[in-house]
Design a binder for this molecule. Structure first.
Ligand SMILES: Nc1nc2c(ncn2[C@@H]2O[C@H](COP(=O)(O)OP(=O)(O)OP(=O)(O)O)[C@@H](O)[C@H]2O)c(=O)[nH]1
Ligand SMILES: [Zn+2]
Length: 354
């Protein structure tokens, strides 16, 4: 396996889907998305990648983090022929389309869910982020930041561990430089970490500390101005000196539960398990007798707030699913409209003898 690609996160999973490509095709990882192209890291350095006509037709666009298959035009430019299957994927509803999916980043191994130990601390929001992270296929890690301004960080840690069983929780302070060296274990060679969290929780500060220097804002880099290209996002996949990969990730703030069926179930596995104990298999956990959820709430083994949070996220998820279906139906309608228009045209041409 190529040692340089390995540094960028290449592994047997991607190798397996790449192995049947003929000679001349190369694998590379998308590190930045520009308005009309991508920066792709290859074993021979960076190239500027453009999506091939065939890939464009599929409607699937590469995202930061993707492993892509390229054919070079020359040493610095290449066309992107395909996207290798993704190990994990963060997406949200495309703000520009009714029910379009916008993939934000892919192939993330660990996602740091950062929340600060001040007013931002909110167990319900954490549950939501954990569900999104689980659904993506990445492993969630909770980072409780700014412990220096919290009276009882260990108490908060316990609360988080309760709602997110099995998930690692780290308490850190950038000011006091505590808890950060433990995070370095996640930056082993080839492992990709992305950060998720509200504005102001200290994500940039943490990235700077991990990188060991004050990183320039990606948006400030305008290396392509001379050719009229600009970065469209501030997202960048960065290789750390000590190995490991970090995706600096402003866009992840507005993530919705785009796809969260399994992620939601896993996050609330306690509730899912309880509901299996209800007397009726279609129990609405409302007024039915023998309801295990109502019983657990009454006995204090399940918190009412957690149950409400579960219901809320489930409603949100169902609403998105509905929108998706409406979007699909509209797409279908449009397609048939086009087909009948085309058929009419053919008929008219025939009548005219064209
Ligand atoms: N008290 C305290 N403040 C911190 C700590 N880490 C970061 N801050 C401060 O929190 C503020 C926000 O930090 P940022 O790193 O910019 O937060 P961010 O999450 O990157 O915010 P966005 O870029 O808006 O997403 C800054 O004023 C930091 O100095 C910490 O450990 N303790
Ligand atoms: Zn029930």
């Amino acid at each position: 396996m190529d040692p340089i690609l390995k540094k960028y996160g290449w592994n047997s999973f991607f190798e397996e889907s790449f192995k049947d490509y003929p000679d001349g095709y190369e694998a590379g990882r998308v590190s930045i998305e520009y308005k009309n192209g991508f920066k792709v890291l290859t074993k021979d350095g960076e190239v500027r990648g453009k999506v091939s006509g065939k890939l464009r037709q599929t409607g699937i666009r590469p995202s930061v983090g993707d492993w892509v298959v390229i054919l070079r035009d020359d040493s610095r430019t290449a066309s992107i022929h395909s996207i290798l299957p993704r190990k994990s994927k963060f997406s949200r509803k495309d703000p520009g389309r009714v029910a379009g999916e916008q993939v934000i980043v892919t192939n993330v191994d660990h996602v740091f869910i950062v929340t600060s130990l001040n007013r931002d601390f909110n167990l319900r929001r954490l549950e939501r982020y954990v569900a999104i992270a689980k659904e993506s296929g990445a492993v969630p890690v909770v980072i409780l930041s700014k412990s220096d301004i919290c009276d009882d960080p260990e108490e908060r840690r316990k609360e988080v561990e309760e709602i997110a069983p099995g998930i690692s929780v780290h308490v850190i302070s950038a000011i006091k430089n505590t808890g950060i060296s433990e995070l370095m274990d996640y930056f082993s060679a080839g492992n990709t970490v992305a950060l998720l969290g509200s504005s102001g929780v200290g994500k940039s500060t943490l990235i700077n500390m991990i990188m060991g220097y004050e990183r320039q804002k990606v948006s400030g880099i305008r290396e392509d101005d001379d050719r009229g290209r600009h970065t469209t996002t501030e997202r960048e996949l960065i290789l750390l000196d000590g190995g490991g990969i970090i995706i600096d990730n402003p866009g992840m703030r507005e993530l919705q539960l785009w796809e969260a069926g399994e992620g939601l179930k896993e996050t609330f596995s306690d509730i899912e398990e309880l509901s299996r104990l209800c007397k009726f298999s279609d129990c609405k956990h409302d007024t039915e007798p023998g309801c295990a959820i109502k019983k657990a709430i009454k006995e204090g083994t399940l918190s009412e707030k957690r149950y409400q949070s579960y219901l809320k996220l489930q409603r949100e998820f169902l609403a998105v699913e509905m929108k998706k279906n409406i979007g699909l139906k509209n797409m279908e309608k449009k397609k048939w409209k086009q087909i009948s228009k085309y058929a009419n045209q053919i008929r008219k041409n025939k009548e005219k003898g064209i």
